[in-house]
Write a new protein. Structure first.
Lengths: 231, 355
């Protein structure tokens, strides 16, 4: 149970692939212009990550370590192909709007990073969980960034969600405010970089606040003079 | 006669940052005045909006950073950034353009890098690029000079059109852009670019009424006014001569050579020097002490690089004027330029001489 908790915290916050490891930045920055795109790519990455972690973990004792990287890449590439074909079949609009970034999931360093760092050393179940949590952490960053950019850029949320979820999702579209001219910068790559920087800064601020709180709680004994070594 | 004994540095500037910044703002006044007289009062309202936004956003960030607010506001650097951005954007752009731009310049480009003295890029120009990339329509709605406008705008009309996009008598900006014959007119640089891209020769393009003498109507005087302001700054030793001279010389030489080689498609040197934001950029923007090169040789290289980029972007690029891009690109090269042009310290020989 403690491993479950640890993996969750690592994946969602402490070792978040997007905010801390800064892996997979290319899709993270490129497709987060709207929440729908972010959600689509996030789910696709999540699926591939869980699948690849489980598979790598299953074959970890049968693959010689000299050739492990090609094998990992092969596994990831086949999973990406599966996801790509599924998206082509069931969410064609989104498949078209994500374009090259679906096949590019293969090169997402977050996936091969987890395969190498975790799945190749652990049993299938923890690996699946690690993949799920890392994928979820990545997806959450995508979603927050997508929401920020879509809101700033065109004043809506969940625009085009029907491409991913079917026709009923058209009602999900929220028009927060109507603008005459779109704020193009938020939708262009520079806006993604700026937004990403702000998110990372926000995370650091929160971490610092938490740390301060902890030290205050710990150091409840009031001393008149504290030297560095005594702490 | 008294012998003063003081520790080094023995030679120091008598001027504080605050006075320097104020002097630069004051030197902008001739240019702003000419802009207001020839192109209408919009620029004054933009100035007001920009300065207020700059002060508010600077105060906001300083409070968040828990720094002393008033001491830093008094250094006038936020005001200078606001002024430079306000004169660079179209005078009748909607009010939120200048507000977004100034807030971005102060908060993102200046304060997030650590405040005055730490910013890598020129805040006003980075904000200009942000606006140009984000709102291409609003950022290119320049009105022709008053003498060519079909409708005369009163100061009240300027307020109306900035805040509601329509003048008080109900004309939209697009209507105001048109001359008496109903032909829309843009800036001279833009008109020239459009003419050339339609296959006209340079001479044919210059037949448009927005051109006057060897430059654009109105723009010639604006540039001359900024030239005067800039010369005052050099005379007052507020800025060095190297950057402006290098910018203008490189632009002059390049356009002279190129227009001799291709007289039908490249505008001549005088047109380049007195069009768009040439003088404003050469004297007021490129000389920003924070983001420009700091060595003497480096300043010449930096200025020449800006001139080269301006010429290239104006002649072959996608935008009619190029100062913001040129200055930002040159800002990026500053650390490299400074590294290779470090001056010899007194008492030390150059490495090459030692061998």
């Amino acid at each position: 149970m403690s491993q479950f908790k640890e993996l969750t915290i690592q994946g969602l916050w402490k070792n978040n692939p997007g905010l801390v490891q800064l892996l997979g930045l290319c899709p993270l920055l490129a497709v987060t212009a709207t929440v729908t795109n972010a959600l689509g790519l996030g789910v696709a990455t999540l699926l591939v990550l869980v699948g690849s972690n489980v598979t790598v973990s299953l074959v970890r004792n049968h693959v010689a370590s000299e050739i492990r990287i090609p094998v990992f890449v092969l596994i990831i590439a086949s999973l990406v192909t599966v996801v790509q074909l599924l998206m082509n079949a069931y969410t064609f609009g989104l498949y078209q709007s994500l374009g090259i970034f679906i096949p590019l999931i293969v090169t997402n360093c977050a996936i091969i990073g987890r395969a190498e760092a975790f799945a190749s050393k652990n049993a299938p179940l923890p690996s699946a969980l690690d993949g799920f949590m890392m994928g979820l952490g990545f997806m959450l960053v995508l979603l927050v960034l997508g929401a920020m950019r879509e809101l700033l850029g065109q004043g809506t949320l969940f625009d085009g969600a029907d491409l991913l979820l079917g026709d009923w999702a058209k009602m999900l579209r929220i028009e927060v405010f109507a603008v005459d001219s779109h704020f193009l910068l938020a939708m262009l790559p520079p806006g993604a970089f700026l937004g990403m920087g702000l998110l990372i800064a926000l995370k650091n601020v929160i971490d610092n606040k938490l740390k301060q709180k902890q030290t205050i709680e710990k150091g409840s004994i009031a001393r008149a003079r504290v030297t560095g070594a005594a702490q | 006669m008294s012998f003063k004994i003081a520790s080094s540095p023995h030679q120091h500037s008598q001027r504080s940052t605050s006075q320097l910044m104020r002097l630069v703002v004051l030197a902008c006044i001739p240019g702003i005045a000419v802009q207001a007289v020839l192109f209408g009062y919009g620029v004054l309202i933009q100035l007001l909006l920009a300065v207020i936004t700059a002060w508010l956003s600077e105060a906001l960030v300083l409070m968040l950073r828990r720094k002393a607010v008033f001491i830093r506001l008094k250094d006038n650097s936020a005001m200078l950034t606001a002024v430079l951005l306000a004169v660079a954007i179209p005078p009748y752009a909607p009010w939120w353009i200048i507000v977004i731009g100034t807030a971005f310049a102060i908060i993102m480009v200046k304060q997030l890098y650590g405040g005055l003295g730490n910013n890598l890029f020129n805040p006003a120009m980075a904000a200009y690029v942000l606006l140009l990339v984000s709102f291409p329509l609003q950022m290119t709605q320049w009105l022709p000079p008053l003498s060519l406008q079909s409708v005369t705008l009163t100061p009240l009309d300027a307020v109306c059109s900035i805040f509601t996009q329509y003048s008080c008598s109900g004309f939209s900006l697009a209507q105001l852009q048109a001359n008496v014959d109903g032909v829309t007119m843009a800036t001279p640089l833009d008109t020239l670019r459009t003419g050339l891209s339609r296959g006209l020769t340079l001479d044919e393009s210059l037949q448009n009424p927005v051109f006057f003498a060897f430059a654009g109507a109105g723009w010639l005087w604006v540039n001359l006014a900024y030239l005067v302001g800039g010369l005052v700054l050099i005379q007052q030793k507020a800025i060095g001569w190297r950057i402006p001279v290098a910018v203008l010389a490189s632009l002059f030489v390049l356009s002279a050579v190129a227009s001799l080689a291709a007289p039908d498609s490249i505008a001549g040197p005088m047109f380049h020097l007195f069009s768009g934001g040439t003088m404003l950029a050469a004297f007021f923007i490129a000389t920003d002490p924070v983001s420009a090169s700091t060595t003497n040789k480096g300043r010449l290289i930096y200025g020449a690089l800006i001139g080269l980029l301006v010429f290239l972007i104006r002649s072959f690029g996608g935008y009619p004027d190029a100062y913001a891009f040129a200055v930002l690109l040159a800002n990026m090269t500053v650390p490299l330029i400074d590294y290779y042009t470090r001056p010899r310290t007194y008492g030390h020989r150059q490495r090459s001489e030692l061998k």
